[in-house]
Design a protein around this ligand. Structure first.
Ligand code: SF4
Length: 397
């Protein structure tokens, strides 16, 4: 079992909070997308043996494919099917890949921007074999969407959702953002309720953070913006858990909720379970055999290299690090405790586990961490998810 992530580094405009690598200017440049697709196909071809390092040999079938960005929905039908063809020619996909409607067998997610969804485009995605959609709604308040720098307006998100449903997509994930000063509790409640009304299969909600290199960071530095009080964010997170729980959504990770059935994000869950994955495209990360690799976050250099215009070393385009025993322990602990299932004791190095016992026992006594037996397992109490970063970092070795 393994996953592939494909990064499309184009957006039409940059949202003020966005720390993902994308370049709004390059999309407008003549030939930029064609040049990028050609480079991407070359990378796919050159890294076709990537999963042979996983140690699972023949069984290492690709069970999830995720096209993210940037804005993948800026690509045409022809560009998307060219990428798919290149992938199919280089990797061993799970049986029923690209034909199944059931994400349990093979999950193919694509991120879309509401503005790009038309009935024709939804049909293209369906024919391509996409069986899961992830769409950033972020808010139903137009004033807030404008402030965030989003391209779409509230009614367009609803319209896009309805088009996707009419096209037969039965697994749609929608995202919201909370934790910014203009968002009142009433508006946040309204955002959640309106999202629930649409009945998406999956909901992700992220607390706004100040990422390096973003417009928001500049606003912060100039004193024109500051994040709201922690208590306000905590209240908004609690309301999210309450309303989504009441509407039948199951929280399976700190920021992720899914309707009953088979609607968790398999791609992300595999990432949290440290299943091997390969990231293609600039800035994309890969993980195999306790080694992390990441592509250079520079589309021009990436394209120059893969399209043969730059005589550079492969090592200049991709960097890597082999994780130490402590790093593996911390990462396994962090990814495990972020999930509501928590982490099995057996997944951790026994020797290092012994060193965190005093802190762990303290959290268990405080009711912040729940200890289960048969098999021994630890999970953060849902009421303490909001402070999970603090809990997890306190347990790092
Ligand atoms: S559309 Fe998405 S990827 Fe592009 S800038 Fe906005 S948040 Fe970032």
């Amino acid at each position: 079992m393994a996953g592939i992530y494909l990064h499309i580094p184009f957006c039409l405009s940059k949202c003020i909070y966005c720390g993902f690598y994308s370049n709004p200017k390059s999309f407008a440049q003549r030939g930029a997308v064609t040049d990028y697709i050609s480079a991407l196909k070359e990378e796919i071809q050159r890294r076709r043996d990537f999963f042979s390092r996983s140690g699972s040999g023949e069984n290492c079938k690709i069970s999830t494919l995720y096209i993210g960005g940037g804005t993948p929905s800026l690509l045409s039908a022809q560009e998307l099917s060219g990428i798919k063809e290149a992938l199919c020619g280089s990797f061993d996909f799970a049986p029923h890949a690209f034909t199944t409607q059931c994400c349990g067998e093979f999950e193919f997610t694509m991120e879309v921007n509401p503005n790009d969804i038309t009935p024709e485009y939804a049909k293209v995605l369906k024919e391509l074999g996409v069986n899961r959609i992830s769409m950033g709604v972020q808010s139903f308040c137009n004033e807030h969407l404008i402030w965030m720098g989003r391209r779409h307006r509230s009614s367009e998100a609803v319209e896009a959702f309805n088009i996707l449903r009419a096209a037969g997509f039965g697994n749609i994930g929608l995202d919201l953002i909370f934790g910014y000063p203009a968002l009142t509790m009433e508006q946040w409640r309204d955002n959640i309720e309106r999202l629930i009304e649409l009945q998406p299969e999956h909901i992700s909600a992220y607390q706004l953070s100040i990422d390096a290199g973003t417009e928001l960071e500049k606003l912060c530095e100039s004193g024109a913006f500051s994040l709201p009080d922690e208590e306000i964010c905590r209240g908004q997170y609690a309301l999210l858990q309450e309303l989504l729980g009441g509407a039948g959504y199951i929280q399976y990770e700190i920021s992720n909720f899914a309707r009953e059935g088979d609607f968790i994000s398999r791609h992300n869950s595999n990432y949290w379970k440290r299943v091997p994955y390969m990231g293609l495209g600039p800035s994309a990360h890969s993980f195999v055999a306790d080694t992390r690799e990441w592509n250079i976050a520079d589309t021009e250099r990436y394209c120059n290299f893969y399209n043969g215009r730059e005589r550079s070393l492969f090592e200049n385009i991709i960097e890597s690090e082999h994780l130490s025993e402590k790093e593996i322990f911390n990462e396994t602990l962090m990814l495990g405790l972020r999930q509501s299932d928590g982490i099995e004791k057996g997944a951790l190095s026994q020797e290092l586990f012994n060193t965190i016992q005093p802190a762990l026992q303290r959290f268990i006594k405080e009711g912040v961490i729940i200890e289960e037996v048969h098999p021994a397992r630890y999970r953060i109490h849902p009421n303490s998810f909001f402070i999970s970063d603090y809990i997890i970092s306190s347990l790092f070795v």
